[in-house]
Design a binder for this molecule. Structure first.
Ligand code: SF4
Length: 354
């Protein structure tokens, strides 16, 4: 399916309905009893030690996993920080609870380590909406543009890029490139691309990918919710639609939004990102009120309802199975990994200059 996005450009882009359909088939980890949960946690703790492994979990995974990662000397963060933590930690195996591109990023940065995931079926709609077989030829058609891709992409797409960025540093890198007179080809998230374009004024050709979770926040319903909670600060992840971003008091990466809850004088927050992040937000500000931004109301289809179905596939049962069997290992062709590493490293080196 070809999507017309500007008067002059057509983008080869995967069908949105197809991607939403894939997400609807994601099977969340089954709920377990309190007794089973205790047994599994004890079992996983033992296995982590036996296997010289450490658990790193994304902010959007189930609270139980985030709690377990912290209780066992692991880490909870965004995808790049998870991978960076893995580089600094002495464990020879990383258990990456998140979605597939996060396991790949961990492998790109840690080729000598064994990277295991609770499931290899956990996808990401941003990654799916930017397949390498259409993205690479598109880049080749625009040799005058610097290719900047978001971390939520496959190793193949990262390998084709000049830069990999996260939402916390994307604006600064594009501003830097714009000041050097470079034109940008941005992928895959259209909303984050639009936001960065507005902030930096850069010449950006923006791929039309999207996140199924953030895409569902509704601006009209948000206006109504703000009227009910006039004191609440509105925190928005920039993968959200432009009209939702326009209502934000703070627009930022997952880490920036968590910090905003801790540092803001407000006592009430409306939050437009995956609700798995509430675990960390409650840690930094246990007495503050957190309200989910609306995904229902006018125009709602709400298949994800502020929680990523693919993230929800990670559970205690499949972490235990992965450790027992050593299954779901991430492997990347070395030539490809080295190429992808160069574009990730460019970002890491740039971050050290800030
Ligand atoms: S929340 Fe969105 S961006 Fe994050 S993994 Fe899920 S689909 Fe991808």
């Amino acid at each position: 399916m070809i999507k017309q996005t500007t008067a002059i450009e057509t983008f080869p882009c995967v069908d949105e309905d197809y991607i939403r359909g894939l997400n609807e088939h994601a099977q969340a980890a089954k709920p377990i009893s309190a007794q089973r949960k205790r047994e599994l946690i004890a079992h996983i703790k033992k296995l982590l030690k036996q296997q010289d492994a450490v658990l790193v979990a994304h902010y959007y995974t189930h609270y139980d996993l985030q709690e377990l990662a912290e209780a066992t000397g692991g880490y909870v963060s965004d995808s790049l920080d998870m991978a960076k933590f893995g580089s600094e930690h002495p464990a020879s195996t990383l258990i990456v609870a998140g979605v597939r591109f996060m396991g790949e990023t961990a492998k790109i940065l840690n080729p000598e380590k064994r990277i295991l995931m609770p499931t290899l079926q956990a996808e990401c709609s941003l990654d799916l909406s930017c397949p390498a077989d259409t993205f690479v030829p598109f880049c080749d058609e625009h040799p005058d543009r610097t290719v900047v891709v978001y971390a939520n992409t496959s190793a193949d797409v990262k390998a084709r890029a000049d830069w990999v960025v996260t939402s916390s540093i994307g604006t600064k890198i594009v501003k830097h490139l714009h000041e050097r007179g470079e034109k940008i080809l941005w992928a895959p998230d259209k909303y984050l691309g639009n936001y960065i374009q507005k902030v930096t004024g850069a010449d950006m050709l923006i791929w039309q990918g999207f996140c199924i979770v953030h895409d569902e926040f509704k601006s009209h319903e948000l206006e109504k919710l703000r009227q009910k909670h006039p004191q609440a600060a509105v925190l928005v992840h920039p993968e959200s639609p432009d009209e939702v971003i326009a209502q934000a008091d703070v627009v930022g990466s997952t880490t920036a939004l968590i910090n905003a809850v801790g540092n803001s004088p407000a006592n009430e927050f409306i939050i437009a990102t995956d609700n798995g992040i509430f675990y960390k937000m409650r840690q930094v500000a246990p007495n503050k009120k957190l309200i989910e931004a609306p995904t229902g109301g006018i125009g709602a289809s709400c298949s994800s309802c502020a929680h990523c179905g693919w993230m929800a596939m990670n559970g205690l049962e499949n972490i235990a199975t992965t450790l027992e069997q050593g299954c779901n290992e991430i492997n990347i062709n070395e030539q490809l990994r080295v190429k992808a590493y160069q574009s990730v490293k460019r970002m890491i080196d740039f971050s050290k200059t800030l």
